[in-house]
Ligand binder design. Sequence first.
Ligand code: FAD
Ligand code: UDP
Length: 405
Amino acid sequence: MAVNLVPYAEVDLSQIDAVVVGSGFAGSVVARELAERGGKRVLIIEKRSHVGGNMYDCYDEAGILVHAYGPHIFHTNNQRAYEYLARFTNWRTYQHEVLANLNGTYIPVPFNKNSMEIVFGPEKALQLMNKLIDTFGDERKVTITELRAQNDPDLQEVAEFVYQNVFLYYTQKQWGLTPDEVDPSVTGRVPVFISRDNRYFQDTYQGMPGEGYTQLFLNMLDHPLITVSLETEAESVMGLEFESGAEDARLCAITLKDEVFEGPIIYTGPLDELFLARFGRLPYRSLDFVYETYDEEMKFPVGTVNFTVSEDYTRITEFKHLTGQVAPNTTIMKEYSRAYENPREQIPYYAIINPENNAHYQRYRSLTENLPNFYPLGRLAEYRYYNMDAIVVLALQLADQLLSE
Ligand code: FAD
Ligand code: UDP
């Protein structure tokens, strides 16, 4: 068996019960569930030439398995999500570690007890650690915002060091903003950790798909009731019908091939794209990736090195750490964060979460609220900073809801 790829022009919509836009985790999990549990015939419309959304991976010219849209490490506390995906992949056990390169000195990130010893020396580190433990408790995570709010001079010293050397320049590169200007939930993803645990994530389940993400998606979408049309942009095949001609009139129907489509439409692309940016584009950050291959077995000691005080790129990922691939050569990837200015050439990677942008998003969202068969889902359609596991959970929940209706 293989994924059933059919050009959109050849799809007979009278034979389709549900339409899914996008084949990342949001779209693919819903599609699989509707097909398998609900017996629904599902059409996936995907604008790229491949499935898998931002999780897509492939072998480069040097034969190394690389991620095409940023490094992806699966981690979750949600057993259902982990076990669900295990139906489509074996998991390679992998615990992600990140080091910050401070002008040539490596320290673990999240900043932890081991980082403190490297930075402050064992004696002073012990004194500062005891202060942290007395204040917050041992094995606790403290956001940089929380730490900077402390009055104690020792804690302020730690906070200032971490702010200046871990967060400030990296955040300026990543967001074009200082850490004070980004939503606290963003820097809160990487708290100071009062621990010896050097892992980037502490979730119960962590791993990498044994044969890669693309193979996981090919397995998930290999179902007789799922059809995939690649290189098909939703906005070029969907007709939108509105309650009136007013700019903020709500959507009342979606047509496909000139017929109103009555079944569920699960939309996982950006909402501003669907409405042809009628209220202006939603702000995102984009990324450029630069790959380099070296004739040596490994270049770096861990999977990702963050450049928190130097360089124009934010981080370097060396894929072989993640994938466990054995080869005499290695490929690394540098990430450069960019303003998102040209949707034709760039990819909207990160929603820029703040009250103004959330309100902007809500304007688009409200256009969809009177259309009962339209379901926006995922990191783009919901304009949220979701990890993969959250998307898998939401997709399973939406499928539960649709199958119980
Ligand atoms: P996507 O994967 O973006 O899929 C959306 C799909 O819809 C795409 O295939 C796209 O081509 C298609 N599409 C969009 N618009 C249209 C349209 N108009 N018509 C047709 N098709 C369309 N999460 C983790 O858990 N761990 C990580 O290590 C991790 N690393 C990340 C690194 C980076 C650089 C980024 C940006 C994100 C990372 N994430 C990570 C988050 C992860 O990428 C998302 O949670 C996940 O991609 C969300 O899945 P999705 O299906 O919502 O969106
Ligand atoms: N961050 C930072 N320095 C680091 C790591 C993270 O300043 O060494 C900040 C930065 O603002 C970043 C955010 O924390 O955007 C979230 O980091 P994470 O690694 O979760 O980002 P992602 O992997 O989603 O790009």
